[in-house]
Design a protein around this ligand. Structure first.
Ligand code: SF4
Ligand code: SF4
Length: 165
């Protein structure tokens, strides 16, 4: 009898405890700031073009070979508006094959790619998860706005200025 009452008390205590689970996909738990989702391309607001020059370093290092990129002449360089002589032409990532390792971000010398918080891109069709340059830039801009991301070169400059004051 006492055992039954103890069990009942435990059930009652659990019943009134706040719910910690989320009813996915209707509800989403917040993602930690350092969470690494799929890689996306970044946008240089100051110039109005991608940071990516299409240099292909990330493509060569990607362990699953799920990326491709092309390089083209930058029209803004000719107009004197950009310091980038070359700019990305086409860019594609097959998210179906991406293992979210972050190597592409580590090897990029131009702050042109970063790991976003995007992690819900499942599709039914095989190879239906390819994102092109425009999609990657759109995702990148959204992530930049949400996270307040700044290129490493800019944050290093700011730190130098702070140190010299
Ligand atoms: S993301 Fe970086 S490493 Fe990859 S092609 Fe663009 S500039 Fe080069
Ligand atoms: S995160 Fe890794 S697997 Fe995915 S595109 Fe970058 S290098 Fe390739």
């Amino acid at each position: 009898m006492l055992g039954n009452l103890k069990g009942l008390m435990t059930t009652l205590a659990e019943f009134f405890r706040p719910v910690v689970t989320a009813q996915y996909p209707k509800e989403h738990l917040p993602v930690a700031p350092r969470f690494m989702g799929f890689p996306v391309l970044t946008w240089d607001d100051k110039v109005g073009e991608p940071f990516c020059t299409g240099c292909m370093v990330c493509v060569r290092y990607c362990p699953t070979q799920c990326m491709s990129a092309t390089m083209t002449d930058n029209p803004l360089f000719k107009e004197g508006k950009s310091k980038r002589r070359k700019i990305v032409g086409e860019f594609e990532i097959n998210f179906g094959r991406c293992i979210v390792c972050g190597i592409c971000v580590d090897v990029c010398n131009f702050d042109a790619i970063l790991m976003s918080h995007e992690h819900e891109l499942s599709v039914v069709a095989r190879n239906g998860n390819r994102a092109n340059r425009e999609q990657l830039l759109k995702m990148g801009q959204e992530h930049q706005q949400k996270s307040g991301w700044k290129p490493a070169a800019e944050t290093t400059e700011a730190a130098k200025e702070e140190a010299s004051v």
